[in-house]
Design a protein around this ligand. Structure first.
Ligand code: SF4
Length: 436
């Protein structure tokens, strides 16, 4: 594409915000109908040490005398079991990137645990949680090699890395990623590409308001779109707004305003298409849920009834019942999903390792029976599931409302109560359901 054509294509994103939002919402509805999903999770911060020094981060810590570097296997299991008891299905492992390359204390701690690398220990902990609790691990350890992604694939349902930005400027002196080698766009894009080759359902996203230009933001979304077009593995894209935090270099920096966030969500929808799962963290934008829905998202991401958001501890999760009410106010039905989206579970022999594939359909032993439900997908997003989708659309492109083939396919959350689902208006509802 020539620069002139590219610029002309991008002019559509300059449309008045109301027009952009209306177009994005219609596009979202054409694939996802009235469903808005979330994943009920526990957050397991395996280590808070990191070799990077992103200027907005309050998650990363330095070694402190007497403070353990890694959660022990018993601590990991205790968090996972608490989550299972609260009906969670996802064990989100978020951690610093390769702290052993920076800190001797991390190398010593790993040695004591019987591992050489953080990702080796992470892989063992994912296997432990999967085996002992049935929670589905989602691993978010930063930049990975082909071998590391492949090893994690055996014991996780999905993996992820935020692309954040494709701007190399941000890695230069004065930029927010200066001093953070794992934030160089090329290495993150390579991790995303390898995950595609290895057939790993993958989560990524952009972080807005960290010094990138509008064009660089679109560059990042287009890079994600192109990777997904090549491999079909991007299961969701997060549009995360930068929040200025005390005790960071960006403490006094301006945050993106609501219109900027809404415009970016809508732009993401237009670039990534109707089927993509697009989310914005609700705890980073309290009180404006309906506006976020209107802008074209179809997912709230992971929400925990048990653990805080360790990356944004100052921002409490919304109550799930409140999110359900706000979603209903916007004409949407909040449903619970697994960390791996159903479009990938339907073709599990291609996208999931045997152990995780079994866990998506058998439920988990540690979970009380009232929570033992799996759910059915809103939209098909892999090439295979698109082909297998058999529910015809109306001539105007909107999905036909249809009863789902399975009576146990979802866990709608309405107000403060949960009730068995009876209908599904998603495009792919008549294909297959993920149930226990
Ligand atoms: S890589 Fe992640 S954990 Fe490490 S400093 Fe950057 S934002 Fe923080």
């Amino acid at each position: 594409m020539t620069a002139a054509v590219r610029q002309a294509t991008r002019q559509r994103f300059d449309a008045p915000l109301a027009e952009l939002i209306a177009e994005a919402a219609a596009l979202r509805d054409s694939a996802h109908g009235r469903l808005i999903s979330y994943s009920r999770k526990v957050f397991i911060p395996l280590t808070k040490l990191c070799r990077d020094v992103c200027h907005y981060c309050t998650f990363a810590e330095v070694p402190r005398a007497g403070k353990p570097i890694y959660l022990s296997p018993d601590e990991v299991l205790a968090i996972a079991r608490a989550g299972a008891a609260a009906g969670c299905t996802e064990a989100l492992f978020t951690l610093g990137d390769k702290p052993e390359l920076r800190y001797q204390a991390a190398r010593d701690a790993l040695k004591a645990l019987g591992h050489e690398t953080t990702i080796s220990y992470l892989t063992a902990m994912c296997a432990l949680v999967l085996r002992e609790t049935g929670l589905l691990p989602h691993a978010n350890p930063g930049v990975m090699t082909r071998k590391e992604i492949a090893g994690l694939r055996e014991v996780t349902a999905s993996q992820g890395i935020m692309l954040e930005s494709t701007s190399e400027r941000l890695c230069r002196q004065g930029g927010v990623h200066y001093g953070s080698p794992d934030k160089h766009p090329a290495v993150r894009l390579e991790t995303l590409r390898l995950a595609g080759e290895l057939k790993v359902p993958f989560t990524t996203g952009i972080l807005i308001g960290i010094g990138e230009t509008r064009d660089e933001r679109i560059d990042a979304l287009e890079a994600i779109r192109d990777l997904h077009a090549a491999h079909g593995h991007i299961q969701e894209v997060i549009v995360q707004n930068f929040r200025a935090k005390p005790d960071t270099k960006l403490a006094n920096s301006e945050e993106p305003d609501l219109d900027d966030l809404l415009r970016t969500i809508s732009t993401a929808r237009l670039i990534l298409g109707p089927d993509m799962n697009i989310q914005a963290p609700p705890n980073l934008s309290p009180g404006v849920y309906q506006k976020l829905i209107d802008a074209g998202l179809n997912d709230w991401g992971g929400i925990s009834p048990v653990t805080p958001d360790h990356v944004n501890p100052e921002a409490p999760w919304p109550a799930i019942a409140e999110l359900a009410r706000k979603s209903a106010d916007a004409g949407k039905l909040l449903v619970n999903r697994l960390p791996v989206y159903p479009a990938y579970v339907r073709v599990a022999d291609k996208w999931l390792a045997p152990d995780t594939s079994r866990a998506t359909t058998t439920g988990h032993r540690a979970t009380p029976s009232r929570h033992r439900r799996r759910w059915c997908s809103p939209a098909a997003s892999t090439p295979e599931s698109r082909e297998s989708s058999s529910v015809p659309h109306r001539a105007n492109g909107s999905p036909r409302t249809t009863s789902c083939a399975c009576s146990r396919h979802a866990t709608p959350t309405t107000g403060t109560s949960r009730r068995p689902p009876t209908r599904c208006d998603a495009r792919s509802a008549a294909t297959s359901c993920v149930t226990s």
